[in-house]
Design a protein around this ligand. Structure first.
Ligand SMILES: [Zn+2]
Length: 474
C-alpha cells in the first residue's frame, strides 16, 4: 500500500516519495497571532497533524527505507508575529503603552491561547515552530539574493519582487493573468514597476517594529508577509522539501509568492514537491463573519465540548472538500465518540495502547487522507464491538488513538451532570422505584405523575424489559 497525496500544483494525486528517505520534510503556514483562532483556522492544524502522525507511522514501518525514529519526519509550522493586523490590534487594545510593548502583550497572549487550543484538539507539537521575528536575518539574505539576480528591486525604501522577471509565475493558482492584474490594481503604490509586484520589505513608521534594512536602505523597516515563509522553510527544511500545506485561501497570493521567492532565490524547479490545501469552512451554511454573528472561535467550542469532538467532526469531511460546520454534526460527533468510549471501556482499562490500528483505517488514510472513509471503518468496528467482539473493540480504540482522538474524554452524561449542577441521586432513585411500583400495580395515573415530576427535574426515564434506567436530559 502506497501513500497517495493530491498535489495542488500539478492537479493530480500521486504516490508520495520523499526527496530524502531519512528525513521527510513538511512545512505548514501557521497562525498570525493577534486574535482568537476561529474554527476555520483549526482545520489545517488538525488535517496536517493527522498527516504528521501518518508520515511518522510510515517512517517507523520502514516504508521509505529511511530513518525510523520520530526524527524521521520534520514538521515545521511557523508563527507570524510581525504583521500590520498585529500592530493595529495592539494599538487598539493598549492605547497607553508604547506600540512595541503592546505588540508583545498581544502576541504573547494570543500565542499562549493558540497552543492551549491546538493541544486540546489533540494536535502534536510540530518539530519546529519558528517565529518570523527570529528569522529577519534569513529574510534579508533572501531579499539581497533576489535583488542581485534581478528578480527584485529597491524603490523608495521598499524592496519589491518583480513578477515579470519570472516567466512561469502563477503556476500554482493558474489564475488568468488579467485576473491577477485586476486584483493587484486595487491598491497600486506609485513606486511599483508593475501592479502585480509584491512587497518583500517596507519601511516602518516611527514607533512601529523595525529592523535594519537590507540592500543598503538607510531607513529601518520590516518584512512583507510572504518572505517569512520562504526564509523559515529554507532555514529549517532546505531549498527544496517534500510537502507544503495550508488553507486553500493561501494559494493566491501567499503560496504563489512564496514559490516565486524561493525558486528565484535558489534557482530550483520547485519549492516543494507536494502542495496540499484544505478546503474552506463555513458555519451553518453561511460564510463565517463577525458581522453575521456566526464567528465561532476554537476557544468557544472547547468551552462547550471536549477537543476530541471538534477533531472528530473536522475529520468527518475530506480535507479538500468545502465543509459546513453545523451544530447537528457536532452532536453527531459527540454521540459517536460517547458510544466508542463505552464500547472500548474494557480494552482501555486493560491497556491504553491495546490492539493494532485497523488496516482499513490506514488504507483510507493512505488514499489522500480519506478520513470520512476511515470513520466509516470506525463505525464498522463499533458495530462488531457491540456484538461482543473484543478484538474489534481494541482495534477501534487503537485506531482512534492513532487519529489523535481521545474517546475517553467524551462522556455525555458527565457533561450533562456538570451543566445541570447538583443532582440528588437518592431522591431520583426513590422516585424511580416508586414509579415502578405504581406501574406494577397498574396505577398509571400515579406512574405518569412521577415521570412528569422527574422530567421537571431534567431526568429522562428509559424503560426496557430489564427495568427502568434514568439519565440527565441533554
Ligand atoms: Zn506561509
Amino acid at each position: 500500500m502506497e501513500l497517495k497525496l493530491y498535489d495542488t500544483l500539478t492537479r493530480e494525486k500521486r504516490v508520495f516519495a520523499p526527496i530524502d528517505p531519512r528525513r521527510v520534510r513538511m512545512y505548514v503556514c501557521g497562525p498570525t497571532v493577534y486574535d482568537f483562532a476561529h474554527i476555520g483556522n483549526a482545520r489545517p492544524e488538525i488535517v496536517f497533524d493527522v498527516l504528521f502522525r501518518l508520515l511518522r507511522h510510515l517512517a517507523k514501518q520502514g516504508v521509505w527505507d529511511g530513518g525510523k525514529g520520530d526524527t524521521a519526519v520534520t514538521y515545521v509550522r511557523n508563527i507570524t508575529d510581525v504583521d500590520d493586523k498585529i500592530n493595529a490590534r495592539a494599538a487598539e487594545e493598549y492605547p497607553d503603552l508604547p506600540l512595541n510593548e503592546a505588540i508583545r502583550k498581544v502576541t504573547e497572549k494570543t500565542d499562549r491561547q493558540f497552543h492551549e487550543d491546538v493541544a486540546a484538539l489533540g494536535c502534536l507539537p510540530p518539530t519546529v515552530e519558528p517565529r518570523a521575528t527570529e528569522h529577519i536575518a534569513e529574510m534579508g539574505v533572501l531579499i539581497e539574493r533576489l535583488v542581485q539576480s534581478g528578480n527584485a528591486y529597491v524603490a523608495e525604501d521598499n524592496v519589491l519582487f518583480s513578477v515579470a522577471s519570472m516567466p512561469d509565475y502563477g503556476g500554482l493558482s493558474k489564475r488568468p493573468l488579467d485576473e491577477m492584474i485586476a486584483g493587484a490594481r486595487v491598491d497600486v503604490a506609485p513606486y511599483k514597476h508593475d501592479p502585480m509586484d509584491f512587497v518583500l520589505w517596507k519601511p516602518s513608521k516611527p514607533g512601529e517594529p523595525a529592523w535594519p534594512s537590507p540592500c543598503g536602505i538607510a531607513a529601518p523597516g520590516r518584512p512583507g508577509w510572504h518572505i517569512e515563509c520562504s526564509a523559515m522553510s529554507w532555514k529549517h527544511l532546505g531549498e527544496t522539501f517534500d510537502i507544503h500545506g495550508g488553507g486553500i485561501d493561501l494559494v493566491f497570493p501567499h503560496h504563489e509568492n512564496e514559490i516565486a521567492q524561493s525558486r528565484c532565490a535558489f534557482h530550483t524547479g520547485v519549492m516543494a514537491n507536494y502542495w496540499m490545501h484544505n478546503g474552506f469552512l463555513q458555519v451553518e451554511g453561511e460564510k463565517m463573519s463577525k458581522s453575521l454573528g456566526n464567528f465561532v472561535t476554537i476557544h468557544d467550542l472547547l468551552y462547550e465540548w471536549p477537543g476530541a469532538v471538534v477533531r472528530f467532526q473536522m475529520l468527518m469531511s475530506h480535507y479538500r472538500q468545502p465543509m459546513d460546520w453545523t451544530k447537528v454534526s457536532t452532536e453527531q460527533a459527540a454521540t459517536a465518540l460517547d458510544t466508542f468510549r463505552q464500547l472500548t471501556r474494557i480494552p482501555q482499562m486493560a491497556n491504553p495502547d491495546v490492539g493494532p490500528v485497523s488496516a482499513a483505517v490506514l488504507d483510507s488514510l493512505m488514499d489522500d487522507l480519506n478520513t470520512p472513509r476511515a470513520i466509516v471503518e470506525l463505525h464498522r468496528l463499533a458495530d462488531q464491538a457491540r456484538g461482543g467482539d473484543y478484538d474489534a473493540a481494541s482495534d477501534l480504540l487503537a485506531s482512534c488513538n492513532f487519529l489523535g482522538i481521545d474517546v475517553s474524554s467524551v462522556d455525555l452524561q458527565e457533561m450533562a451532570k456538570r451543566r445541570h449542577g447538583q443532582i440528588d441521586e437518592d431522591k431520583i432513585k426513590t422516585l424511580v422505584a416508586a414509579r415502578s411500583a405504581a406501574r406494577n400495580a397498574k396505577n398509571f395515573a400515579e406512574s405518569d405523575r412521577i415521570r412528569n415530576e422527574l422530567a421537571a427535574m431534567g431526568i429522562v426515564l428509559k424503560d426496557s424489559k430489564d427495568g427502568t434506567t434514568w439519565e440527565i436530559a441533554r
